[in-house]
Design a protein around this ligand. Structure first.
Ligand SMILES: Cc1cc2nc3c(=O)[nH]c(=O)nc-3n(C[C@H](O)[C@H](O)[C@H](O)COP(=O)(O)OP(=O)(O)OC[C@H]3O[C@@H](n4cnc5c(N)ncnc54)[C@H](O)[C@@H]3O)c2cc1C
Length: 400
């Protein structure tokens, strides 16, 4: 049987970035990736400042910035039709990273190729079918219908938001109550300002939109809506008009759609957070969306994925005992994910929940936030280093 130090199941951002960094650290690494080509799956294309810092720590930032990245300088916020925020992204965080956008499949190609250049073995069109845990964990996979098996010192599940690996490892998957849907489509010939990401909120309707320009008139656009509201899941060409209507209802200028045209699939996702506590056991670690899938409304997924990659690499590269390194990674993952998850939920409670209680919450908090925007817990831009504690929550909710 073939033997590796590390086998990653999945060669998306998480699996490929981990393969690259572990290969650079001297490990013998194999990546198993099911697809033969990366395509638009309507996935993350906005790397917030704290994610840019994580990419930099992994040595990926410059490559992304130079090869496919588009810098967004401003964040404009429109609330019930009125602009209330114009934030300079260059100085939004202490570390002064911008927000970077890119087309997800191009980013995946770059990270995947850089893993190969760093010495990892990569196999495409290969579907992992099972994992056997233990001191020498094994992965079963199929290539063209032929069953194969490989063993490793550690197996890593990096197989994304519908992870099968976490079921194979019998991890308990926790989830929040279902509150939101999130739909997105890529558009070309879009006239929105090239240097600005814009959020539009109509909180009492539980409705919001994002506009994320990628340069040259290309924009990734999203609509977020309540799962029990009057908008149904949006999917495919037939629902483009309904998607545009929802954007306009949230405050996006109608004129944008005189020229803007869809340039990719329209898809809707359940915004419910789901996650595994302590994503390591018996030679199997989980990273990225397989470890924790957040509500995409707040755009934290790729940043958390890169943080997982750094934490796991640092733990494994600095310790011969990979069993204890795996547990250390899982503990650090949980601490960071806990902060980000808590802050994301508070943003949803305050800006997107509907009903009388939510409206009372906003009536108390929003006037104070408009006077002093430092009341916002800045975890979505600044990351898990920014405490999301009870004192911060009370200040954000105007309860101090
Ligand atoms: C609508 C939407 C918008 C988002 N917006 C943002 C955003 O603005 N900013 C942000 O930071 N994040 C965003 N995210 C989240 C972000 O896309 C994810 O966090 C990130 O892509 C996770 O990377 P990953 O490598 O863990 O998973 P993936 O990118 O899903 O990669 C998993 C890989 O595993 C492969 N695979 C799966 N099963 C197998 C198998 N059995 N065998 C072999 N290979 C397998 C898949 O083919 C895939 O290539 C968004 C997500 C959604 C759904």
């Amino acid at each position: 049987m073939e033997s590796y130090d590390l086998v990653t199941i999945g060669g998306g951002l998480g699996g490929a970035a981990l393969a690259r960094s572990m290969a650079l650290a001297g490990a013998k690494v194999l990546v198993l990736e099911r697809t033969t080509e990366f395509k638009d799956r309507v996935r993350g294309e906005v790397l917030v400042p704290w994610g840019c810092e994580e990419a930099d720590k992994l040595g990926l930032y410059e490559m992304l910035h130079e090869s496919c990245g588009h810098e967004l300088v401003w964040w404009a916020g429109v609330f019930n039709g009125a602009q209330v925020l114009q934030r300079d992204m260059r100085t939004a965080t202490e570390q002064s990273y911008p927000t970077l956008t890119y087309y997800h499949p191009v980013m995946q190609d770059l990270v995947y190729e850089s893993a190969a250049l760093s010495g990892a073995d990569l196999r495409r069109g290969v579907k992992a079918t099972g994992v056997t845990l233990g001191q020498k964990p094994r992965v079963g996979y199929t290539v063209d219908g032929t069953r194969c098996e490989v063993e490793a010192r550690m197996v890593v599940g990096a197989d994304g938001r519908s992870s099968a690996v976490r079921n194979w490892g019998e991890f308990e998957v926790k989830h929040d109550e279902q509150r939101r849907y999130f739909a997105g489509v890529l558009m070309d010939n879009h006239p929105a300002p090239d240097d600005t990401m814009t959020s539009y909120f109509v909180p009492d309707e539980g409705l919001m939109s994002w506009i994320f320009p990628q340069g040259n008139g290309r924009v990734r656009t999203y609509v977020g809506f309540a799962f029990d509201g009057d908008i149904e899941r949006l999917s495919g060409e037939r629902d483009i008009e309904r998607f545009i209507a929802a954007q306009i209802r949230s405050g996006v200028p109608k004129e944008y759609f005189e020229t803007a045209q869809p340039a990719g699939p329209l898809a809707t996702f359940d915004g419910t957070d789901n996650w595994v506590e302590h994503p390591y056991k018996d030679g199997l670690a989980l990273i990225g969306d397989a470890a924790a899938t957040g509500d995409p409304t707040w755009g934290q997924g790729m940043s958390q994925t890169l943080r997982d990659v750094r934490l796991l690499t640092e733990a494994l590269a600095g310790d011969d005992d990979w069993e204890s390194a795996g547990h250390r990674y899982a503990q650090l993952h949980d601490e960071g994910h806990g902060h980000v998850h808590r802050a994301d939920c508070w943003y949803t409670d305050l800006f997107l929940d509907t009903g009388a209680e939510a409206e009372a919450r906003r009536a108390r908090a929003v006037p104070k936030l408009l006077e002093d925007e430092t009341r916002l817990i800045d975890t979505p831009l600044g990351g898990p280093g920014i405490p999301a504690d009870e004192a911060g929550r009370r200040r954000m909710f105007g309860e101090d």
